[in-house]
Design a protein around this ligand. Structure first.
Ligand code: E4P
Length: 300
């Protein structure tokens, strides 16, 4: 197998919308506008605490000594997503709750309810943890759209499915490709495995391929049938620069780490029975917390 070489045999120049909805993975409305100009469309956007900390205005405030209170940070976040909201299509804007390893489902839900009011097209991001899943279960019962983030295993995706069954709106689950690669695994396998697991399901959960770091990740996600992909502007720039290729019939992907085997799981089980623990979910929460705290006043 070889990495896609982007010869004419291995790509089809885009004539229509790609097979997956395209979301911008970022925290700067200006970047979203640029991507729109470049592609002619943007279906949605995902944000997270690290991306918000990198927003030029937030960075400027922090650099000039104006560290924010938690309330100011939430106001900044709200301002950013309100500016992005009208720029995107029907995949909406994902807004992440601030959660550390001890945040309760109740506290996440309180934030989710508040954030969901910020814009008409929000999806609330909760982590794939026990408390995050409890918050998601209650959110969908209240009509709050959710995006379950920091997903690193098929078991976590199965738990998302079982916890949100009956949701009236599509639920997103976000498997993180790049961070699995970083940990020595072949991250794209998780996309294939989850898509396969959901093939015979009621399809209330859609796969949103995340942590996409390069063009092969993007093309593989199209190829595997992810319903949505969230992509940093610089990767979209490269994709656009190459004529927005799609994986052709001879598409091949060079595995980058240990293969992730498929697991046969019973989606009809109560969600609490799945093994939802994952070290990378824990590490991901810690990283989001430290990026978020870096923008906050020490006293808060
Ligand atoms: C999007 O929802 C995720 O937060 C994002 O794709 C994570 O990407 P990273 O692993 O490159 O930080």
């Amino acid at each position: 197998m070889t990495t896609p070489d982007r010869t004419d045999a291995q790509k089809t120049v885009l004539k229509k919308h790609p097979p997956s909805k395209i979301l911008v993975d970022g925290g700067d409305p200006e970047e979203t506008r640029q991507v729109f100009k470049m592609l002619g469309f943007v279906d949605g956007q995902t944000t997270n605490p690290s991306l918000i900390a990198k927003n030029p205005e937030v960075k400027h405030l922090v650099a000039s000594g104006h560290q924010l209170s938690e309330e100011q940070e939430a106001q900044e976040y709200r301002k950013i997503v309100q500016e992005i909201s009208p720029l995107v299509g029907d995949a909406g804007v994902s807004i992440e709750v601030f959660a550390d390893l001890s945040t309760s489902a109740e506290r996440m839900l309180q934030q989710g309810r508040e954030m969901f009011k910020w814009i008409p097209n929000g999806h609330i991001k909760y982590p794939c943890t026990f408390e995050g899943l409890k918050a998601a279960q209650r959110s969908v019962a209240e009509g709050i759209r959710v995006n379950m983030t920091l997903c690193f295993s098929q078991q976590q995706a199965a738990a998302v499915y079982a916890a949100t069954k009956g949701s009236k709106s599509p639920v997103y689950v976000s498997p993180f490709i790049g961070r699995l690669d970083d940990a020595g695994q072949n991250g794209v396998d998780l996309i294939t495995n989850i898509v396969r697991m959901f093939a015979g399901s009621d399809h209330h959960v859609l796969v949103l391929a995340a942590s996409i770091r390069n063009l092969p990740h993007l093309l593989y996600s199209f190829y595997a049938g992810a319903e949505l992909v969230t992509v940093p502007a610089k990767v979209l720039e490269q994709w656009s620069g190459e004529g927005m290729p799609l994986p052709g019939e001879n598409f091949a992907y060079q595995p980058v780490g240990a293969r992730i085997p498929y697991e046969h799981l019973d989606l009809g089980q109560p969600w609490e029975r799945f093994n939802i623990e994952h070290e990378l979910t824990r590490k991901g929460i810690e990283k989001f917390v430290s990026d978020y705290r870096a923008t906050l006043r020490k006293a808060s």
